[in-house]
Ligand binder design. Structure first.
Ligand code: UT7
Length: 332
């Protein structure tokens, strides 16, 4: 019997309608389009404006888009994993609600949290479930309502983040396509540089924590940038070496969209041509767990069966890593 690999067989996406442009941000904080564009590559991001809707809304929409385009029966889904840093609520996993809402009534579901690396780590988990032979359809969703944890008076963070969701389906493959290899890393040195200080078990919510703005994202951008550039580039170059891939062998770089300059530095270190570097940060900003699947959804039409794709991400914690995957289908 040939070895089972875990292949991505379908993708889906959802971004909310409201567009927060750099021009609009100029009216909210002391910033300008030139600064944001040159420092980050971002032009606009999507925001979920409805106060009564959480991350589950985005996740359900992305999953429904996948189910519709792939024509699958949700009752056949075995596992629903939701990569997110902004669950609907603490304790009750958002993935469970999402699974029920999309009709995945035979699945078990849970959330995965590793800041901006949540989806990348989730790919490792989803692939392992499929490779084990125990599950045949694993739905991995990356979704974040970043606007729920951003202080729109803080120009260091509000210009960066946006809301969105993407989803992929992992299924068994016997042609050697799909998941090939991974290099996943983490380092607790990063804990203080990108975080929400209050609201967890270390500093539960009080009137004071709310008044002091400690429930919003804080980022020491300079430090995170430094670690992101060196670590994301490093693992991406190493996974190529480990798998004897030259820059010509790599068809696409699918990198976490946090900052255009970090992605370019990674591509440079890998030696891959600009034309292979997939970018949509200008439209969505940093959607945390949703960046990788949103790139897949936006560029799915370019991928050919057998294409070598390198995924890379870096996020709070610190967490980072790279995954090597062979694309398994031609769209249409
Ligand atoms: O996804 C998870 C991982 N996160 C990341 O990978 C993000 C990593 N960090 C970054 O992408 C960048 O550090 C930022 C985009 C956040 C900031 O860019 P930077 O080039 O590191 O800028 P900086 O923080 O060093 O600030 C440079 C200057 C400062 O002014 P002075 O001190 O030089 O006078 C800031 O006060 O730019 C100022 N500044 C701004 N100016 C206009 C900071 N934010 C803004 C702003 N608009 N929004």
């Amino acid at each position: 019997m040939s070895k089972i690999t875990a292949a991505i067989t379908a993708v889906g996406k959802y971004v909310p309608e409201f567009v927060l442009t750099n021009e609009l941000l100029e009216t909210m904080v002391d910033t300008n389009d030139e600064w944001i564009t040159s420092r980050t590559g971002i032009k606009e991001r999507r925001i979920l404006k409805d106060a009564d809707k959480g991350t589950s809304y985005l996740a359900i929409k992305a999953a429904e888009d996948l189910i519709k385009s792939a024509g699958i029966n949700p009752e056949e889904i075995d596992v629903v994993l939701l990569a997110t840093a902004t669950p609907d609520q603490p304790v009750a996993a958002t993935a469970v609600y999402v699974a029920t809402q999309i009709g995945a009534v035979n699945a078990f579901a849970y959330d995965l949290q590793a800041a901006c690396s949540s989806f990348l780590y989730g790919m490792s988990t989803a692939a392992a479930y499929v490779e084990s032979g125990r599950y045949k359809k694993v739905l991995l969703i990356g979704a974040d309502k970043m606007s729920s944890i951003i202080d729109y008076k803080d120009r260091a963070t509000c210009i960066i983040f946006g809301d969105g969701a993407g989803a992929v389906l992992f299924e068994p493959n016997t042609e050697g396509l799909g998941f090939q290899d991974e290099l996943l890393r983490s380092d607790g040195i990063g804990r203080d540089f990108l975080r929400i200080e209050a609201g967890g078990s270390l500093m539960p919510a009080t009137i004071e924590t709310v008044e002091q703005g400690k429930h919003f994202v804080y980022q020491d951008g300079k430090t995170v940038f430094k670690y992101a550039v060196s670590n994301m580039a490093d693992v991406s170059a190493r996974i190529m070496e480990k798998n004897n891939l030259s820059h010509d062998d790599v068809n696409w770089l699918v990198a976490h969209q946090a900052n255009r300059r970090i992605i370019d530095a990674t591509a440079n270190r890998m030696g891959v041509d600009e034309s292979k570097v997939l970018i949509n940060i200008e439209r969505y900003g940093n959607t945390t767990s949703a960046t990788l699947p949103l790139v897949l959804a936006d560029f799915e039409h370019l991928f050919k069966k057998g294409d070598n794709i390198i995924f890379a991400a870096f996020g709070g914690g610190f967490t980072w890593g790279s995954i090597y995957l062979k694309w398994a289908y031609n769209k249409n």
